[in-house]
Design a binder for this molecule. Structure first.
Ligand SMILES: O=P(O)(O)O[C@H]1O[C@H](CO)[C@@H](O)[C@H]1O
Ligand SMILES: O=c1cc[nH]c(=O)[nH]1
Length: 238
């Protein structure tokens, strides 16, 4: 096992779906995977491996925020040889162009996290971006499945509660929605030369104050889960 994941070598597939919420990992694994086996309960950050349409796939919770996601992502890559990660998360809509329940594909990750400065030093404002092959594949898979998607820039916030955020400026510059992990995931994917894509469902909207009910959230998240799994099994490289 690694420091934070209680799996033996080879218990984790090379393609991983990664929700922030470990209970969403359990839900996705138990709802969609055949023969799901829970390989880790360390800190209740559940991880499962099973098959989808006959292909081996894992689902691992990341926790909330870049520091937590970075722990699981780094161990998955360095200790378990993971090559492809799909983050499947909830987000708050920021732009008037996105509505509650929309599925968003994260093309790029903006952030107020210090991870970029800590990596590159002053003066370099690195742009973490999605793997283009996965982005393109997910976009067309969604079209085939009748799921409408929006594609764009996602703001990974260090703080969930932040009344100092300049929402207008970020949306004026094209940011669609906020969550707390994508920029960190894309940065680590670039560092370790793996593929990563974020797929999000808009669970609430910062402009309107609307929020999905628990029931609505589950149905909307189902679209995101099916899109991620279908994209994953049709685009495995290893
Ligand atoms: O639904 P998940 O994947 O946890 O993602 C979003 O929800 C959490 C905040 O409520 C943060 O992790 C944010 O990124
Ligand atoms: O991080 C998140 C997730 C959902 N909604 C938000 O406003 N922020």
């Amino acid at each position: 096992m690694s420091t934070h994941i209680g799996a033996k070598p080879n218990e984790i597939a090379s393609t991983v779906l990664m929700p922030g919420d470990p209970r969403r990992a359990k839900y996705i694994a138990e709802t969609y995977l055949d023969n799901p086996v829970c390989y880790s309960q360390v800190r209740n950050m559940l991880g499962y491996t099973g098959t989808y349409q006959g292909k081996r796939i894992s689902v691992q919770g990341s926790g909330m925020g870049i520091p937590s996601l970075a722990i699981y992502t780094t161990e998955l890559i360095k200790e378990y040889g993971v090559k492809t990660i799909y983050r499947v998360g909830s987000c708050g809509g920021m732009s008037p162009d996105v509505k509650i329940r929309d599925v968003i594909l994260g093309e790029a990750g903006t952030t107020d996290s210090s991870i970029i400065a800590n990596t590159f030093g002053p003066g370099i404002y690195y742009s973490p971006i999605a793997d283009f092959g996965l982005l393109d594949a997910a976009y067309h898979t969604a079209e085939d499945m009748g799921i409408k998607t929006k594609v764009g820039n996602i703001f990974a916030a260090d703080r969930f509660y932040n009344d100092e955020l300049d929402l207008k400026k970020l949306t004026d510059y094209g940011v669609l929605a906020t969550e707390m992990e994508t920029a960190g995931l894309y940065l680590l994917a670039a560092k370790y030369h793996i593929r990563a894509l974020t797929i999000l469902t808009v669970s609430d909207h910062l402009l309107t104050g609307e929020a999905l009910s628990a029931q609505d959230r589950e149905t909307s998240f189902d679209e995101m889960a099916k899109l991620s799994l279908t994209t994953a099994v049709n685009n495995m490289v290893d």
